[in-house]
Design a protein around this ligand. Structure first.
Ligand SMILES: C[S@@+](CC[C@H](N)C(=O)[O-])C[C@H]1O[C@@H](n2cnc3c(N)ncnc32)[C@H](O)[C@@H]1O
Length: 275
């Protein structure tokens, strides 16, 4: 999960970084907040059986598998990720069922998709925060849709992450250091605007605003709270930061909160604005 500034979750990760990224995704997928956000997004989308779905930045492919079940054998799912190791992991993890759609896996960059223009649904969860040009990514996803097709983007807003219970100046330094590791730390609040600016219609936006008061709970999805990822914080602050978090947790005084946004929009029948 760690890397140089702005380089979390990149294709060029080492074997150790890839193993850490896979562990992080597997751990996060056990967390109820991740599934609460997915449920909010799926509620907006209501994907129909027989649909063709593109899961961009599929990670370990959990949602690709879930969509394969939802759309059934008459539908199709294409799962893509920039990172070949992640595509391989998703393919290896996949358990095919005759009741489900076939899932195809391939390496692709969300900013330059070249998979045709006939998907009914494009899903992009927790990917745009890692992308250097999110507008290029949204444009590329819009072009992958058939007229009337819908894109759903899901992302955190790390700029609105709050931690209470630890010295405020230390908290600011630690969270700022973490945000520097992300290419788009405030992407969540911009999703709605980016879909509109890409020429998509009928935008809908929701947010899920989880609050945690247990360090173990929060650290399982928020890397900067996880001592195993201590190098996300400046060396001089590490001991103080993690000791202070643990003290606040032990005293029952810790609070962590952050909004996660979901935005959905539709490709209009007349597509000239998108190209
Ligand atoms: C935090 S993970 C999310 C994975 C999955 N969508 C999920 O929600 O479990 C981010 C994923 O985006 C992928 N990614 C990063 N930049 C990308 C890009 N430019 N194009 C496609 N995938 C990208 C990473 O390889 C990683 O698998």
């Amino acid at each position: 999960m760690d890397g140089e500034d702005g380089k979390l979750f990149q294709a060029s990760s080492t074997a150790a970084e890839q193993a850490a990224a896979e562990k992080y995704l597997a751990r996060a997928s056990q967390h109820p907040v991740i599934w609460a956000v997915r449920a909010a997004a799926l509620d907006l989308l209501s994907v129909a059986p027989g649909s063709s779905v593109l899961d961009v930045g599929c990670g370990l492919g959990e949602m690709s598998t879930a969509f394969a079940h939802t759309v059934g054998p008459d539908g199709s799912v294409a799962a893509v990720d920039l990172n070949p190791a992640m595509v391989a992991a998703a393919r290896d993890d996949h358990v095919a069922s005759p009741q489900d759609a076939v899932v195809t896996y391939q390496v692709a960059d969300v900013t330059s998709l070249d998979l045709g223009a006939d998907f009914d649904v494009v899903w992009c969860e927790r990917v745009l925060q890692h992308v250097s040009d999110p507008d290029a990514a949204v444009g590329s996803m819009a072009r992958s849709l058939s007229p009337g097709g819908r894109v759903c983007v899901v992302d955190a807003d790390w700029g609105a992450l709050v931690v209470d219970g630890v010295d405020p100046a230390l908290t600011t330094r630690a969270l700022d250091a973490f945000r520097l590791k992300l290419r788009q730390p405030t992407i969540g609040r911009t999703l709605h605007r980016r879909l509109v600016e890409a020429g998509l219609a009928d935008p809908m936006v929701r947010s899920v605003h989880p609050i945690a008061t247990s360090l173990a709970d929060a650290a399982s999805v928020i890397p900067v709270l996880d001592r195993r990822q201590a190098d996300l914080v400046a060396e001089g602050d590490r001991a103080d930061w993690f000791d202070s978090l643990e003290l606040a947790d032990a005293r029952g005084c810790l609070l962590v909160a952050m909004p996660i946004y979901v935005a959905v929009a539709t490709k209009p029948s007349r597509t000239s604005v998108l190209v």
